[in-house]
Ligand binder design. Structure first.
Ligand SMILES: [Zn+2]
Length: 423
């Protein structure tokens, strides 16, 4: 996906659905949330960044599957003469979300991003050219691509207007879509959903992003298959999909606890508790799922983590019924599997993360199964380029009360701290 200057951009009006207090699990007011109903990216939608503080691009982090932020055409344009502006004085409205306001009319330089604003934001326009508007925003003279504004106030719901106002205050929350240019994104079959990136507002912010992946919860995910390994080789262990298969269910529905609670409900509940603890401890958090359904299969989730996070932790409970305890799915000790990329370059990091998580859980008093791990050839592992673990917090017979989830989240946080060498 090359960002070509002057390209006509179909701006899809997105629905911003809510913020802060309106949202369960998000009522702190500290981590305001913006939800974009459409996966469509708009214009110059950033991967994930906050005003004045450009997050390291996904590609930079991953070191692969990268696409340059600056295309050749951007470079040429950066050297082009500045556009001529006709003085005007009127009001324009931002048409989409995550729209960048810049100190210069130039998309080839991300250093010039002064603010990121959302749909419905009203701006006083002082200058007009073929491709850019010069605007006043909070006392600054800034520029916005003309295709991203309208002289008509966008049709929005009440919630949308409220969200637009709130997000102007830069809450540090972004919706992240799967970028088709990211490595392995092509292997995903269900990818229209978005993950949510939360920026820690803790004084001790660490600059480390943890992807919290609440296992399961993709409607229709059981009827679609994806390739087990990027190179097309068959699975080397059994599991939900048998050994020898080259394709596996894109996202399974998960098990049901003996008390009748679906696993997907419990993984989500734990994810929310874990998220709050991580943010409070200074970690940024990429939440893959925050409701009962996110249209992101296991490969999409993995690719999002690869590009937007420093590690990936998928939360699960196992389907046995004997309350056997927690463990992580370890990388199978099979030569061909450990020699296959991206496993070859990353499996030792996966193992180290898993061992730290289990140590953290053990330290919190959580029962641990056997040696704390079980070898499993997982789609997640097979596509991960950051330290990545499927952790099984127990099984169908395990207690999953709020008190237990809090203990599990504390143990997982201790494990993350252990892995990254942080307090
Ligand atoms: Zn599961």
């Amino acid at each position: 996906m090359t960002r070509t200057y002057g390209r006509k951009i179909a701006v899809i009006l997105t629905t911003v659905s809510m913020i802060a207090a309106a949202v369960p699990g998000c009522g702190q007011g500290k981590y305001e949330k913006m939800e974009v109903a459409s996966e469509e990216t708009i214009g110059e939608m950033p991967e994930a960044e906050e005003s004045g503080q450009v997050k390291m691009s996904a590609a930079e982090k991953a070191g692969e599957g990268a696409q340059p932020e600056i295309s050749p055409s951007d470079r040429e344009r950066a050297m082009a003469p500045a556009p001529a502006f006709t003085d005007v004085s009127d009001t324009v409205y931002i048409k989409g979300n995550q729209v960048r306001l810049r100190t210069a009319p130039d998309t080839g330089d991300d250093q010039n991003i002064a603010a990121v604003v959302n749909i419905g934001t009203a701006l006083t326009r002082t200058g007009d050219s073929d491709d850019w508007c010069r605007i006043n925003y909070q006392g600054q003279i800034l520029y916005v691509s003309k295709g991203l504004v309208s002289s008509q106030q966008p049709q929005t719901t009440q919630e949308t207007s409220a969200a637009a106002q709130t997000t102007v205050s830069q809450s540090g929350v972004s919706q992240i879509s799967l970028d088709a240019g990211w490595k392995y994104a092509d292997f995903s079959a269900i990818k229209s959903g978005t993950a949510t990136l939360y920026r820690s507002e803790s004084a001790g912010r660490k600059g480390i992003t943890v992807c919290v992946n609440a296992g399961h919860g993709t409607s229709g995910g059981g009827s679609v298959k994806t390739q087990c390994h990027p190179d097309g080789t068959p699975k080397v262990t059994g599991g939900t999909t048998g050994a020898g298969a080259t394709k596996a269910i894109a996202v399974s529905s998960g098990m049901t606890f003996l008390d009748g609670t679906p696993e997907a409900k419990v993984t989500l509940a734990l994810a929310k508790v874990f998220k709050e603890k991580l943010l409070a401890a200074g970690y940024d958090v990429l939440m893959i799922r925050e409701g009962d359904d996110v249209q992101l299969d296991n490969i999409a989730r993995t690719v999002l983590a690869n590009n937007m996070a420093d590690c990936h932790i998928a939360l699960h409970w196992d389907s046995t019924e004997n309350n056997k305890g927690a463990f992580f799915m370890s990388v199978p000790n099979v030569a061909s599997y450990r020699a296959m990329e991206p496993v070859a370059s990353n499996w030792q990091k996966h193992q180290a993360l898993g061992e730290n998580l289990v140590a953290g859980l053990k330290g919190a008093g959580v029962k641990i199964f056997s040696g704390g791990s079980m070898e499993m050839d997982l789609t997640q592992t097979s596509y991960s380029t950051v330290p990545s673990i499927d952790i099984e917090l127990g099984d169908k017979a395990s207690d999953h009360s709020a008190g237990t989830l809090d203990v599990l989240a504390s143990g997982l946080l201790a494990g993350v701290n252990g892995y990254f060498g942080k307090e």
